[in-house]
Write a new protein. Structure first.
Length: 443
């Protein structure tokens, strides 16, 4: 294995025997004929993760994500294939996995850290840091069976990050913590990442994958469907998640036919150098187009013609900060729908959601009924509160066409726009808070 590779998974397969009853499991010992059904959790999955990479794995429930992580960590044995790892692994797979419920938190810290390769002296040196990060107070000397799920994950995470892992594996374990603890954990993960550790991350929170990961992998029904930039892979995952069952099968098959194709992220749109506008003006740049537009499968409606309109009624895509604009799109209903709602969402070039709105907060506050064949113009008025940069807009419509409430259609990265630089503004980051710097001499 190359010295630059941290994890190499080669054609991994995992099959489980599923018995209908305990009796069937017992009878298997006396029969040659199988008394079980075989469940394929993983089927021919291969991937390579280089040292220092942060890779996210996304997929629907039952897609094999957790099984894959357990095989990489060594807590499960694959039915076929090979896994090679290079470096000390610290894993958060389940809440308090590996904790002895009858032992105290202190005793479990020493046992878990020892399993991860630390000596008693090293554990003693780091115990204060572990105890401080976990923030469970006097419970550190109480039996773990008395802990809440949140206390278990605090202690488990505190141990994992204090053993100086070269490979950190996290499986949705942080979802139970409160918001402050989650932010504390993510800040520590970012610090571990900055130190050059390899991180393998499973999460249903798309924004977490987008903000933390360098690359993403999409699993479905035990197969690797795609890998590439987090934004592109998360877009495919959401498209698959929201597609009708028959169309989801078609999408999956197309991806499988591509043998887990790498999805390009698209070049970052650039404003045309041929257009020169007066400072502070907004305008339309025909070369500034979205190269990452992704259309969900239609479930009874179809969105078209997204555009931004300025105060003079002109179509624009190069905006001025602080000005009001209208974002509009057309929706044609191919089927009659009830409780119809619309939505818009502004995102960064990496796919992080910045904000947006729906046309109705609750499902039953939407338009009660729209006839098939109707075409509606949806329009959102907004003030551009963003700093200089390129951004994307989504468009969506949801409702009930007789099969329950669903996304009827959605356009991801429907269009892109640029916020022009303004020399009189001093904002940093993404959002323009209209900060006004002042200073005065105090003596």
């Amino acid at each position: 294995m190359s010295s630059e590779v941290a994890i190499k998974v080669s054609n991994i397969g995992k099959r489980f025997r599923v018995y209908d009853s305990p009796r069937a499991r017992l009878m298997q010992a006396f029969r040659r004929k199988p008394c079980y059904k075989e469940f394929v959790a993983l089927d021919g999955v291969s991937l390579v993760i280089n040292k220092g990479e942060t890779v996210g794995i996304v997929g629907r429930n039952g897609s094999g994500k957790s099984t894959l992580l357990q095989i990489i960590c060594g807590t499960l044995t694959p039915s076929s294939g090979e896994v090679l790892t290079h470096g000390r692994i610290a894993a958060l797979l389940e809440l308090g996995a590996g904790f002895n419920p009858d032992f105290s938190g202190r005793e479990n810290v020493f046992m878990n850290a020892a399993v991860l390769g630390l000596s008693d002296v090293e554990i003693a040196e780091r115990f204060a840091s572990i105890e401080a990060f976990a923030e469970i107070g006097d419970f550190i000397d109480q039996p773990v069976k008395n802990y809440s799920s949140g206390m278990k994950v605090r202690l488990a995470f505190a141990v994992a990050i204090n053993v100086d892992p070269q490979i950190l594996i996290v499986d949705e374990a942080l979802a139970v913590g409160d918001e402050l603890f989650q932010r504390k954990c993510y800040a520590r993960i970012e610090n571990i990442k900055a130190q050059g550790a390899t991180i393998l991350f499973v999460s249903h929170a798309s924004n977490t994958v987008l903000s933390l990961c360098d690359r993403a992998i999409l699993l479905d029904a035990g197969r690797k469907l795609s890998e590439g930039s987090p934004k592109a892979v998360v877009g495919l995952y959401q498209r698959l998640l929201n597609a009708p069952p028959d169309k989801a099968g078609e999408i999956r098959q197309r991806l499988l036919d591509g043998q887990g194709e790498v999805v390009p992220s698209g070049d970052l749109p650039r404003a045309s150098s041929e257009l020169v506008a007066a400072p502070g003006e907004d305008y339309l740049d025909p070369h500034l187009v979205s190269k990452t537009a992704l259309s969900y499968e239609s479930r009874g409606a179809y969105i078209s013609s997204p555009m931004i309109i300025n105060a003079h009624g002109q179509q624009v895509n190069c905006l001025k900060a602080g000005e009001r604009y209208r974002y509009q799109y057309l929706v044609k209903f191919e089927r009659s729908a009830n409780n119809v709602r619309f939505g818009m969402l502004v995102k960064t070039t990496t796919g992080v959601e910045l904000g947006g709105a729906t046309s109705a907060k609750q499902v039953f506050d939407g338009i009660s009924h729209v006839e098939a064949g109707s075409v509606l113009l949806m329009e959102y008025s907004f003030v551009c509160r963003l700093n200089e940069g390129v951004y994307f807009l989504n468009a969506g419509v949801s409702g009930d066409c007789g099969e329950g409430f669903h996304h009827l259609h959605r356009l991801v990265d429907a269009l892109c726009f640029r916020v022009n630089p303004q020399p009189d503004r001093f904002g940093l980051g993404v959002v323009d808070f209209s900060c006004s710097p002042e200073w005065s001499l105090m003596g």
